[in-house]
Design a binder for this molecule. Structure first.
Ligand SMILES: C[S@@+](CC[C@H](N)C(=O)[O-])C[C@H]1O[C@@H](n2cnc3c(N)ncnc32)[C@H](O)[C@@H]1O
Length: 323
């Protein structure tokens, strides 16, 4: 019997923009799907149904709890499936280098509801728990290690950069002062230190006062932006011509990386506009499926508030030009 925390529950993660992802990835029987953020397998189940029993699914997740969900998925999916445990920023380049090819790749970024809702993982500012935040519990760096040992200036920089936190400096100073007396071990202690460091009116406006610092710590602990930056070129390399890539992001830092990547690879000729003919010979590597990111509608947001910040961008890999 699996321990309770590993048992999939009916109320687990609800896949966001699921129909929209399905339309963008448009899987056909016989194709290969790479779900690089398998989670509870909600998207994978929906997408695998389009393979109609013929095709392959490669699932990736750095969180070992994904295995229990994968086993349930594998039993039901009726297609050839395997799970690779690891960071997609490492696994996708390895697969690409080994010549593995795919017809559709999905990255549904960030954390799952299971990770957020399980207090022992330390992702939530709403419950007092160990200050952890690792998606991969075998990784060395935890949020408490980071908060207790990083230089005050580095803390302020990540709160500003990854959390867009206005009071980054004050919060980092408050943390540095408090940890001299007692190291941080629990999320509740950090929430108290954040509350104490910001001006009183800011404690009540614009959501929970610890929201932005927790987001920043989670991004830093899991090195989320670096993973995304190394995953995108590898995903494009893995796609067969005509293959589809879909990325769902949940904050502007991720979305900016995806948007810039798609723009760069979509660009054809890069010669200066006053050149009479093209000398660079640069061909577009992909075509974005839509100009603006797809956002969830009111009905989806009402049923799943997490969908409110989701942005889906998708692209098709270009076919090589005939000579
Ligand atoms: C938003 S959830 C995905 C939910 C999934 N689409 C579903 O329908 O159940 C994100 C998942 O991706 C995993 N993840 C996030 N970043 C990752 C990375 N760099 N490498 C591998 N897995 C990652 C998390 O552990 C989490 O399970």
């Amino acid at each position: 019997m699996l321990p309770n925390v590993l048992q999939p529950r009916a109320t687990d993660h609800i896949p966001v923009l699921a129909e929209e992802v399905r339309e963008c990835l448009a899987l056909r029987p016989g194709e290969t799907l790479v779900d690089a953020t398998f989670g509870a397998g909600g998207h994978a189940a929906l997408l695998a149904a389009d393979l109609r029993g013929v095709g392959k699914v490669i699932a990736i997740d750095r969180d070992p709890t994904a295995r229990a969900y994968f086993e349930r998925f594998e039993r039901a999916a009726g297609v050839n499936a395997r799970l690779l445990r690891g960071d997609f920023g490492v696994v996708l380049p390895q697969l690409a280098a080994n010549g593995v090819r795919a017809d559709a790749i999905l990255l549904d970024l960030g954390v799952s509801s299971m990770q957020l809702d399980r207090p022992e993982r330390g992702f939530s500012y709403a419950v007092d728990a160990p200050l952890d935040m690792r998606m991969d519990p075998t990784q060395e760096l935890t949020a408490s290690e980071l908060v207790n040992t990083w230089d005050e200036r580095d803390l302020a920089a990540i709160f500003r950069r990854y959390g867009e936190e206005r009071y980054a400096k004050q919060i980092a100073r408050g943390i540095a002062r408090r940890r001299k007396e007692q190291p941080f071990e629990r999320t509740g202690e950090l929430v108290d230190a954040i509350r104490a460091a910001i001006p009183a009116p800011a404690r009540f406006g614009d959501g929970h006062p610890a929201k932005r610092v927790f987001q920043a710590l989670r991004i830093a602990v899991n090195d989320e932006l670096a993973s995304l930056e190394s995953a995108l070129p590898a995903a494009l390399e893995m796609l067969r011509p005509g293959g589809r890539l879909a990325v769902i992001s949940f904050h502007s830092l991720e979305d900016r990386i995806v948007k810039q990547f798609l723009r760069e690879r979509e660009r054809g000729c890069t010669c200066p506009p006053d050149f009479p003919i093209c000398v660079c010979g640069h061909q577009p590597e992909l075509r974005a499926i839509q100009r603006r990111p797809i956002r969830a509608g009111q009905t989806e947001i009402a049923a799943n508030p997490r969908a409110a910040s989701a942005r889906l961008r998708a692209a098709v890999k270009a076919q090589p030009e005939e000579d």
